[in-house]
Design a protein around this ligand. Sequence first.
Ligand SMILES: Nc1ncnc2c1ncn2[C@@H]1O[C@H](COP(=O)(O)OP(=O)(O)O)[C@@H](O)[C@H]1O
Ligand SMILES: [Mg+2]
Length: 260
Amino acid sequence: MKIIAVANQKGGVGKTTTSVNLSAALAAMGKRLLLIDLDPQGNATVSVGIDKAAADATVLDLLVDQMPLKRAVTHLPQLALDCIPANGDLTAAEVALLSMDAREQQLKKALSAGDPHYDFVIVDCPPSLNMLTLNALVAADSVLITMQCEYFALEGLSALIDTINSVQQTVNADLKIEGILRTLYDPRNALTSEVSEQLYEHFDGLVYRTVIPRNIRLAEAPSHGVPGIVYDRLSRGATAYMALAGEFMRRQEQNRKDPS
Ligand SMILES: Nc1ncnc2c1ncn2[C@@H]1O[C@H](COP(=O)(O)OP(=O)(O)O)[C@@H](O)[C@H]1O
Ligand SMILES: [Mg+2]
């Protein structure tokens, strides 16, 4: 079981769209997937068709009330994946966590107590470096960073990498960077190639060759309660996420052969 946190403290950079579509694409390839929504906005929850106001169990129960993993899961048979939903109640969890012992360890504890029958757990993080995100970084084996190639993107990226480094030095020495994914990609924008060049220069091996184009079908899908790859599977956005899943799996294979 590999746990991957999808993170960037900036909002609107494709974390949720990537969490949902990568999960669904890997599930469609036969991998056993758990998608955890760790954002009180509950966008991932809604994007896989769960009514966030009516969810029986949410990630709040898992983090604060020690509900067993199995009971916190909602099965999504059409997508062949499991999800632990979130809604606005999770804002309270952040406060409750602050007064708990080992407050940054709660997600890790919950995931290691459950039986590890998943191949991948994908955690959709909120757009800040708060206690919820810290829980994800402590529990995770790796971080998948999504970013948009725009003016301040590299500054944001170095702040995130500083955070990852300090997590490595304190609570999770084994945390790795899974990869850097360029989303909302617009080749007509001059900044796109400029930022891409800098990414290759500083983080070459970590940058996914697959880019996710700006594609309206991906933005429409959440209101239909299905991932973009299901909503319009031949759209450019859907095919890009299928390609990403392929690249992701090839990289898993490479890492197994050549761990570093
Ligand atoms: N590749 C894309 N093309 C078009 N719209 C996108 C794309 N990726 C995300 N969006 C839309 O942009 C907004 C922000 O994306 P989201 O995945 O929610 O980002 P985050 O989780 O980082 O805040 C959402 O409305 C989403 O539907
Ligand atoms: Mg989001």
